[in-house]
Design a protein around this ligand. Structure first.
Ligand code: FAD
Length: 467
């Protein structure tokens, strides 16, 4: 059977970008059809990304905190981990949100079609689902088909001991020796989880620091902790080959400190993600896709075809859920005739590791590269009462301001809760705050948020000596 449905707005992909734009378009009075190949909404972020990883990181956090308290007089003994129950708790968190999204779609009368969609023309899409194929015609479309983990040609990706992030989140088993290929955010978050569960971790990273793209001083506390807790951190090292053997996954490496080869019980390949642009027959709609699979768009989210928009991971970096949702709202508003456009000054980044690392705006590295004249202050959390009361002293808060205007250019936080703290810095940047605006805003004591005001005072020169 080939039924035909018409949509004023068709959204392809039910991840954070897709469902947000579908809901926004519906709220603005549009009749919306949302096509998603999986049986649930939420995309990578909710099902195999942001949310399950944070549930498992909470488990890791509790284990680490309990271990750390032993030094301060409270011992809990060795944790007993019931992997099945941890997995089903993580699953229940995701399922609660899945059903919440289904409800929100229903409330707005968004028609959700489950099946794989491919364009068949500039105003039509074919959906292959369990009940055969159907056609959706549309006035406007929003492509939100996301991305998937990159694979390395020649590596035994089919072996159950060679993981991508989805496999790692499945918690199938806790390997004794786990290699993380790629010292970026996703790899290090999963390293944090498996370390807490008892794996011996090695990390191999091509660049000369972990989380390339973040200022070195901000990652240093995490890098130090990793060096202390993990078996190995091999920087400036590349993986040359990987072979599945009976004894384990044999990994051949090339780098200054790395062994030529070593055997691991499991390997997580976390070397980036590739966009799904080549999988949707975009050419049949006339939509340009670049050679990597990204779909170029303008500030309103429009592709080269005027009535077709694209948002989220599929349009480019950074591949982050809050970027996708922001872009999703804009595309829906533009379609509804609003004068909207993507005009954010920054998209914050967070590694939910232990310690967390978060940054936004201009990094110090970028400021130097661009020849921007800036003032800088770094407030060490060793001087924060709250941080010490948490048993932590390794964190820092950094602010960069413009030398001429005094306004904030960028900020970074390292330490517990850094991901929550960076939001205030984003607001400061968007509002054009200078150091005085920040330091005159009364921050609650004793909180880690005070470190932002203290760093601002250091810029003003009102704090010169920390004690
Ligand atoms: P996606 O979430 O990829 O959704 C695309 C949807 O489209 C999918 O549901 C897919 O099934 C569907 N689809 C694709 N092709 C078709 C088709 N042809 N027909 C029908 N449906 C189709 N980001 C953060 O901001 N914070 C985090 O903490 C964070 N943690 C992460 C942890 C991990 C392990 C991973 C892998 C990612 C993480 N991310 C995080 C990134 C985040 O998940 C993505 O940026 C976000 O999901 C992108 O949203 P999207 O809507 O563009 O695409």
């Amino acid at each position: 059977s080939n039924s035909v449905t018409h949509a004023e707005v068709l959204v392809l992909g039910g991840g954070p970008g897709g469902y947000t734009s579908a809901f926004r378009a519906a709220d603005l009075g549009k009749q919306v059809v949302l096509v998603e190949r999986h049986p649930v909404l939420g995309g990578v972020c909710l099902n195999v990304g942001c949310i399950p990883s944070k549930a498992l990181l909470h488990v890791a956090h509790v284990i680490h905190e309990a271990e750390a308290m032993a030094e301060h007089g409270v011992s809990f003994g060795k944790p007993q981990v019931d992997l099945d129950r941890v997995r089903s708790w993580k699953q229940s968190v995701t399922e609660t949100l899945n059903s919440g999204l289904a409800k929100l779609a229903k409330q707005r009368k968004v028609t959700v079609i489950h099946g794989t969609g491919k364009f068949s023309g500039p105003n039509s899409l074919t959906v292959e689902g369990e009940n055969g194929s159907q056609t959706v015609t549309f006035d406007n479309a929003i492509i939100a088909a996301g991305s998937q983990p990159s694979k390395i040609p020649g590596f035994p990706h089919d072996d159950p001991r060679v993981w991508d992030s989805t496999d790692a989140l499945n918690l199938n088993f806790v390997p004794e020796k786990l290699l993380i290929v790629g010292g970026g955010i996703i790899g290090l978050e999963m390293a944090t989880v498996y370390h807490a569960l008892g794996s011996k971790i090695s990390v191999v990273e091509l660049m000369d620091q972990i989380i390339p793209g973040c200022d070195k001083d901000l990652v240093t506390p995490l890098q130090r902790k990793i060096k202390k807790q993990y078996d190995n951190l091999w920087l400036k090292t590349s993986v040359k080959a990987m072979e599945a053997t009976e004894a384990g996954i044999k990994v051949t490496m090339e780098g200054k400190d790395a062994p030529e080869s070593e055997i691991f019980d499991a390997v997580l390949v976390a070397v980036g993600r590739r966009p799904n642009g080549k999988l949707i027959d975009a050419d049949k709609a006339g939509v340009n896709v670049d050679e990597r699979g990204f779909i170029p768009v303008d500030k309103q989210g429009r592709t080269n075809i005027g009535h077709i928009f694209a948002i989220g991971d599929i349009v480019g970096n950074p591949m982050l859920a809050h970027k996708a949702t922001h872009e999703g709202k804009i595309a829906a508003e533009v379609i509804a005739g609003h004068k909207a456009g993507f005009d954010a000054l920054t998209i914050p980044s967070v590694a939910y590791t232990d310690p967390e690392v978060a940054w936004m705006g201009l990094s110090e590295t970028q400021a130097k590269e661009q020849g921007v004249e800036f003032e800088k202050a770094t407030f060490p959390w060793a001087a924060s009462g709250r941080s010490l009361a948490l048993g932590r002293n390794e964190g820092l808060t950094k602010i960069l301001t413009d030398k001429t205007t005094g306004r904030i250019l960028g900020a970074g936080f390292t330490g517990p809760g850094a991901g929550e703290l960076v939001a205030e810095a984003v607001l400061a940047l968007e509002m054009g705050a200078d150091a005085t605006d920040i330091s005159l805003s009364i921050h609650p004591h004793p909180t880690l948020s005070e470190t932002f005001a203290f760093a601002a005072e250091m810029i003003e020169g009102t704090i010169t000596d920390l004690y």
